[in-house]
Every structure is written in structure tokens, then in C-alpha cells.
Design a protein. Structure first.
Length: 282
């Protein structure tokens, strides 16, 4: 078991009109950047995981635009913009390269980082996130735009938002923005996903908002789903957590820690940071 954690270093990074709240836990190794899901924050998404993760490495966690202790601005929620905020945060902290672990909205943002800023990402963990809209279950897509403050009244998300936010009266505005998250974004092509340089761990619940077929498709595009006894174990992997929904995607702390730390600690060889498909497209 990890030893009790000392108090983290905390602060705010001025990026893109935001005062982006961050925490730094632990020390050593390649920094691990944690990116939470929509309507969550550092504590709600990663609070139980951070002590174990920070036992052997530096962990950097951040609250996204309008979440937790970070202010909102007049800008919709788009993974491209959230990724730009993260780049600014890493620059502010003088971090040249990190492992990136993103859940849901954070997973989409982590993918965007790995594709467009490959030099920043050593290893990539994409949890409960799709790379294309066809990977999302329709009932979830239909439900999120209908969220209201009344529907989540009394939940930890509502309580934590009001306790931490610099503008606790804007919760409905955040819900509205989450309802149109990445609106109009067509998703990434298979070729672009294949071109990601960072070894990738995909995690998904067996009853998640992202379909299992989509998670397996992502694994295959990252070089997985092979006979490892003959071909070797690929550097990209898939973990399906049993009895796990989207909302509780990281709730099985010991299981998640074992999967994530084993992946991060495994040796790997660097690939080129270039993604010729993306370069050609841009």
C-alpha cells in the first residue's frame, strides 16, 4: 500500500483566458497528467487513485474550463480548446513530455493531444471515450443535452460544483455546454488513429456509454488484438472493467491502479513523433 500522501502543490495557470486550477502530487519519473470527465473534477474523478499513482511518480491533475476550481469563459466546450488549455498548462509548469490519462471528455482531450501534439505525450490512456461519434451509445447522446440542475440536485456533482466553482450560480450553463460538447466534430479517421505515436491503453466498462465494439476497433487500430504468444504483446492494450458503467468507470480503485501502473511502468521504445496522415490532412 502507498504511504500517506503529503499535501499537493496547488496553483492556477493563466491559459487562454482561464485561471486553470492544477495540483501536483508526488515526484519522480515521467509526469502523469490526469484529465477528468465532464461535470467531474480532480477530486471526484481521481481522488482515490492519486495516492497510488503518486507513490512512484509525479502526478499533475487539472480542472477543465468551468469545472472544479477553474473559471468558465465565453467559449463552448471543445476537445481542441481543452487540449490547447492543457498545452498551456504544461508550458506553464515547464513540462516537456508527460504520460496522459483522460476519462470521457478528458479521454477525448487526451486523444486530441496525442494526435496534434505528439511530442508532448509519451504514453496515452483513453478511458471511456470514443474517437468517432459512432462509438457512443445513442441513449447517452440523447440524454446529456437534456440535463438540468433540477435533475442532478443533491448529487455529489452538484454539491462539489457549488462548493468549488468561482461562479457557483452557473451550473446550468456548464450543463448546457456539456450537452453540445464537440458538436460538429466529425471524429478522427482510422488512419489518423493508426498514426498515433504513443503506446495506448484503452479502458472501458462492460456496460459503458462507449460500445465494446468501438473499444475493440480502437485497440485494433492501435496494433492490438493479435496472438501475443506468436506475435508478441503489443504496446497498446485494452482493459474491460466488469460490472462497470460510464459514471463509475474508475470506481474500482485497486483494479484501475493495477492496470494503469502496469501499463505506465512497462518498457517501451520511442517511435517517430510524426503522423504523416495528419500532416497530409493539415
Amino acid at each position: 500500500m502507498p504511504s500517506p500522501e503529503t499535501a499537493p502543490t496547488t496553483g492556477y495557470a493563466p491559459v487562454n483566458g482561464l485561471q486553470m486550477y492544477f495540483e501536483i502530487h508526488g515526484s519522480g519519473g515521467t509526469p502523469l497528467l490526469l484529465l477528468h470527465g465532464g461535470l467531474f473534477d480532480i477530486d471526484q474523478q481521481f481522488g482515490k487513485l492519486i495516492p497510488g499513482l503518486a507513490a512512484t511518480r509525479q502526478v499533475i491533475a487539472a480542472d477543465f474550463q468551468g469545472h472544479g476550481r477553474t473559471n468558465d469563459i465565453d467559449r463552448p466546450l471543445r476537445s481542441a480548446d481543452l487540449a490547447s488549455d492543457v498545452v498551456g498548462l504544461l508550458r506553464h509548469l515547464d513540462v516537456a513530455r508527460a504520460d496522459v490519462f483522460g476519462f470521457s471528455v478528458g479521454g477525448g482531450t487526451a486523444l486530441h493531444l496525442a494526435i496534434t501534439q505528439p511530442q508532448l505525450v509519451r504514453k496515452l490512456i483513453v478511458s471511456s471515450a470514443s474517437f468517432h461519434p459512432d462509438g457512443d451509445r445513442p441513449e447517452n447522446t440523447d440524454a446529456v443535452p437534456e440535463l438540468t440542475v433540477e435533475l442532478i440536485a443533491g448529487t455529489p456533482m452538484e454539491q462539489e460544483y457549488r462548493a468549488k466553482s468561482p461562479h457557483p450560480d452557473r451550473l446550468q450553463g456548464l450543463l448546457d455546454k456539456l450537452g453540445t460538447f464537440d458538436e460538429g466534430f466529425p471524429g478522427w479517421s482510422d488512419a489518423v488513429i493508426q498514426g498515433i505515436a504513443a503506446p495506448t491503453l484503452i479502458t472501458v466498462g462492460d456496460c459503458d456509454a462507449v460500445t465494446l465494439d468501438h473499444a475493440v476497433r480502437l485497440l485494433r487500430l492501435r496494433g492490438g488484438d493479435v496472438n501475443g504468444d506468436f506475435a508478441g504483446v503489443p504496446s497498446s492494450q485494452l482493459a474491460v472493467f466488469p460490472g462497470t458503467t460510464h459514471f463509475f468507470g474508475l470506481a474500482r480503485t485497486e483494479l484501475v491502479l493495477d492496470v494503469v501502473t502496469s501499463f505506465l511502468d512497462a518498457p517501451t521504445s520511442d517511435r517517430s513523433w510524426d503522423n504523416p496522415v495528419l500532416d497530409a490532412a493539415t
